[in-house]
Design a protein around this ligand. Structure first.
Ligand code: FMN
Ligand code: SF4
Length: 660
C-alpha cells in the first residue's frame, strides 16, 4: 500500500493558522495515568509516542474544570496553576514531534462519581446520574456562573501550559449536553426553554474562552449522536445546535462521537458494532456548518475507513483513538505507505476501556507497551547487545509476541507450533461470531515474521530431546494451556472431578470452536469465566441453531466482560437467538443426557435434559518439559506459566524479549 492510497487522509489541514500534518486525530480519552493529579512519566511517554507516531492532532485527556466534575482517580488536578509546568513538558514533547496538541475540558454534570469527587452532583434540573446511583441538584444562577468561569479559567491554564487549543466537551450527555437537551433541562429561566436559552451556557463558555485566549487559539466542540433513547438529542436537534454555534465563527472544529451515558456500550464500540459509526451524521453536520471543520469518530479504526470517510466528504478529519492505542505509529505508517504494517485494534476494549472502567491506567491487549512507553522505550526496539539464537515452542499470543519482538531486536528466531496454523486459543476466539479482527491480527504476525526473517515451523511438536538438541542457545516455552480433563468447577471446590463425566458427551469450549465436538440439538454450556471463551462459544452455538442453556455461577452472564461494556449487547444477541440463562447455578452431576444443577441461592437441585455439556472452566497449564535445558537459557511465558487472558500472554512475550 502506498501513500497515494490515502491521499485525503494524509493531506494537511489548517485550523486557526495552525497546520496539522494530516487529518488523523488522536481523540480525547481518559488514560487515567496521572500521578497524584499531575501528568508524570507514564503520561509523557504515552503522548510523546503517539506524536512521534505521526498523529496530526492530539486531544489530551480531559481535565475536569471544577471540583464537582471529578470522575476518575487519575483525573488531573482542577482549579490550580500547579499543573501548568507539568503539562508544559507534555506539550513541548508533542510539539517537538510535529503534532498539534489540545486539551479537552470537561464537566459531567449529573453523571458524577461521588466516590472520587466527594461532592454533590450539579446539573441543570436535578436529574439522576447514569454513572452511579446518585442524584444531582438543580444548579443555582451563582453555580452556573461559577462553572462558566471555571471552564474559561481552565482554558487559560491550558494555553499557559502550551496547548494550542481546547476541546469543549458537550458530548455523551455531559453538562453542556444536559443544558441542550430538553429532557434534562426543564428550567424556565434564561438557561432553559428556547434554543437560545438552552445554548446560553455553552455559548457563554465558548465566547469567554475565545476572548480570553485570543484569535489564534483553536477551540473545538465535542458532540455525540445516538438513537438508543428518544430523550437524547435527535440528529436534527443536534445539527441545529451545531449550526448555531458555528454561526459565530468561534468554533474551529466539531468532533462527533457515538453513544453516551445512557448507552455506554456504544461510546467505545466493541466488535459487536459496525465501523464508521458517526459518518452518516458528520456528513449532515458538514452540510450545516460554514466555518468549523468536522471530525468523525467512533470505530473508524483503520486508515482505509478513514480515507473513505474523508474522500466521500463525510468529514474533514477523523479521530482514531483505540487504533492509535493499539498502534501508536498508525499515522506515520500511513504517511509512509506502510499501512499493511499497522497492528490494527481488535475492538475488544479489554485493556483500554476495560482498565479505565476499573480505574486503572489504560493499556492495550495487543500492544502491551501502551502505558509503559516510559519504561520500555516506546513501542520500538533497541538492538540486542549479543544476538542470540532463540527457539520458541508454541505460537499462541505469548510465543508470537516474543518471536516478533526478539527478531525486531536482531535475534535469530525459530518458532515451532504443533498445529497447522499459528494463534493457539486466540485463533479459536477469532472464529467466534464477529471476532475476525483477531484473525487479521494473526495475519499481521505472519507478515511481520516474513519481514523480520522469523522461521516458522508449523505442524511441529517438539519433545524434550528435540528441544535439548536444537542449536538455539535460548528456549522460550510458550506451550499454552489445555481444558481441565476433570472438568472441575471453581465453586464446587471440594469436588476434584465433575460427577458423571464418564457418561460422555462432555466437551470443552476449545473442542467446540475446533469443530471437534458432536453436540446434538440441546447444549448446556457451563461458564465460570464470564468472558468471551464461554459467552462467545455459546453465541457460536446459538447461531448454528442449537438450543443453548448457559449455566453460570455468576449473578449474570458475561460478568467479566462488563468492564468492556460488551456484556449487555452480548446478552441481547444470545437472548434474541433463543439462548436461556441459568445464573447462580453449578452443575452437580452430568447424566450423559442431561445435568443436575444446583442453585447457589437456595441449594435446590433440578435436572435439565441436554444432548451435550460444554465446560468453559479454568484451563490447566501445558508444560511437560524439564525445568531447564542444559546449556540453554530456559524461559516460560503465557498460559504455560499460568492460564490467563490473552493480554497477559502478549505482555509476557514482549517483556521477555526486551530483556534478551
Ligand atoms: C479508555 C477510553 C477513555 C475515554 N475517555 C474519553 C473522554 O474522557 N472524553 C471523550 O470525549 N471521549 C472519551 N473516550 C471516547 C473516545 O474519544 C472515542 O470516542 C471512542 O474511543 C471511540 O473511538 P475509537 O473507535 O477510535 O476508539 C474514551 C475512550 C476510551 C477507549
Ligand atoms: S485493548 Fe482492544 S480495543 Fe483497546 S486499543 Fe487494544 S485492541 Fe483496541
Amino acid at each position: 500500500m502506498t501513500r497515494s492510497q490515502h491521499p485525503h487522509l494524509t493531506s494537511s489541514l489548517t485550523l486557526r493558522g495552525t497546520t496539522l500534518r494530516n487529518r488523523i486525530v488522536f481523540g480525547a480519552h481518559t488514560n487515567n495515568m496521572s500521578d497524584m493529579g499531575l501528568p508524570g512519566p507514564r503520561t509523557l511517554g504515552y503522548i510523546a509516542e503517539r506524536a512521534r507516531g505521526g498523529a496530526g492532532m492530539i486531544v489530551m485527556e480531559p481535565v475536569p474544570v471544577h471540583r464537582t466534575g471529578v470522575l476518575t482517580r487519575g483525573n488531573y488536578l482542577h482549579g490550580t496553576d500547579d499543573i501548568i509546568p507539568h503539562f508544559r513538558k507534555v506539550t513541548e514533547a508533542a510539539r517537538a514531534e510535529g503534532a498539534v496538541i489540545l486539551q479537552q475540558l470537561y464537566h459531567i454534570g449529573a453523571h458524577g462519581d461521588s466516590d472520587l469527587s466527594f461532592q454533590p452532583h450539579w446539573s441543570p434540573s436535578g436529574h439522576a446520574s447514569y454513572h452511579d446511583s446518585d442524584g444531582s441538584h438543580r444548579m443555582t444562577e451563582a453555580e452556573i456562573e461559577e462553572l462558566i468561569a471555571a471552564h474559561i479559567a481552565a482554558a487559560i491554564r491550558c494555553q499557559k501550559a502550551g496547548f494550542q487549543g481546547v476541546e469543549v466537551w458537550a458530548a455523551y450527555h455531559s453538562l453542556l449536553d444536559q443544558f441542550w437537551t430538553p429532557w434534562s433541562n426543564t428550567r424556565d429561566d434564561q438557561w432553559g426553554g428556547s434554543l437560545e436559552n438552552r445554548t446560553r451556557f455553552s455559548r457563554r463558555i465558548i465566547d469567554g474562552i475565545r476572548r480570553a485566549c485570543g484569535e489564534d487559539f483553536i477551540v473545538g466542540l465535542a458532540v455525540s449522536t445516538s438513537d438508543a433513547h428518544d430523550v437524547t438529542l435527535s440528529v436534527e436537534a443536534l445539527t441545529e445546535i451545531v449550526a448555531l454555534h458555528d454561526a459565530t465563527g468561534q468554533i474551529d472544529y466539531v468532533t462527533c462521537g457515538h453513544g453516551g451515558y445512557l448507552d455506554f456500550e456504544r461510546l467505545m464500540p466493541t466488535f459487536l458494532f459496525a465501523e464508521k459509526l458517526t459518518a452518516p451524521v458528520t456528513e449532515i453536520l458538514k452540510g450545516a456548518v460554514k466555518h468549523a471543520r468536522i471530525t468523525s469518530e467512533a470505530h473508524v479504526r483503520t486508515p482505509d475507513n478513514a480515507e473513505t470517510i474523508i474522500a466521500s466528504g463525510q468529514a474533514d478529519m477523523v479521530s482514531i483513538v483505540r487504533g492509535q492505542i493499539a498502534d501508536p505509529h498508525l499515522a506515520a505508517k500511513t504517511m509512509d505507505g506502510r499501512a499493511s504494517d499497522i497492528r490494527a485494534c481488535i475492538s475488544c476494549n479489554q485493556m483500554c476501556w476495560g482498565r479505565r472502567s476499573r480505574d486503572y491506567w489504560i493499556s492495550c491487549l495487543i500492544n502491551p507497551s501502551a502505558g509503559r512507553e516510559w519504561e520500555w522505550g516506546g513501542d520500538r526496539f533497541t538492538p540486542a547487545e549479543t544476538p542470540r539464537h532463540i527457539l520458541i515452542v508454541g505460537a499462541g499470543p505469548a510465543g508470537l509476541e516474543a518471536a516478533r519482538a526478539a527478531a525486531e531486536r536482531g535475534h535469530r528466531v525459530d518458532i515451532a507450533e504443533a498445529a497447522p496454523q499459528i494463534g493457539g486459543q486466540f485463533r479459536l476466539a477469532g472464529m467466534q461470531p464477529r471476532r475476525a479482527q483477531i484473525l487479521d491480527l494473526l495475519d499481521w504476525y505472519e507478515r511481520q515474521f516474513a519481514r523480520l526473517g522469523v522461521t516458522l515451523h508449523l505442524n511441529t511438536f517438539l519433545d524434550d530431546s528435540e528441544i535439548a538438541n536444537h542449536p538455539a542457545d535460548t528456549v522460550i516455552l510458550a506451550t499454552g494451556s489445555l481444558p481441565d480433563p476433570d472438568a472441575k468447577q471453581r465453586w464446587l471446590p471440594a469436588l476434584p472431578r465433575l460427577p458423571g463425566l464418564e457418561n460422555g458427551n462432555v466437551w470443552s469450549a476449545e473442542d467446540v470452536m475446533r469443530r471437534e465436538a458432536r453436540l446434538g440439538d440441546t447444549v448446556i454450556l457451563y461458564d465460570e469465566g464470564g468472558n468471551w471463551r464461554g459467552v462467545g462459544t455459546a453465541w457460536h452455538l446459538a447461531e448454528q441453531g442449537k438450543k443453548v442453556i448457559l449455566v453460570t455461577p455468576d449473578p449474570y452472564v458475561g460478568k467479566e466482560i462488563t468492564r468492556t461494556s460488551a456484556d449487555a449487547p452480548a446478552r441481547q444477541r444470545l437472548a434474541k437467538l433463543g439462548a436461556q440463562f441459568l445464573t447462580e447455578h453449578v452443575i452437580t452431576r452430568w447424566h450423559g443426557n442431561g445435568a443436575t444443577v444446583r442453585s447457589g441461592l437456595t441449594g435446590a437441585e433440578t435436572t435439565i435434559p441436554a444432548s451435550a455439556l460444554v465446560m468453559a472452566t479454568t484451563n490447566v497449564a501445558f508444560d511437560p518439559f524439564p525445568e531447564t535445558f542444559a546449556g540453554k537459557q530456559t524461559h516460560r511465558i503465557g498460559d504455560c506459566a499460568a492460564p490467563r487472558l490473552a493480554a497477559y500472554a502478549f505482555h509476557e512475550g514482549r517483556k521477555l524479549a526486551l530483556t534478551l
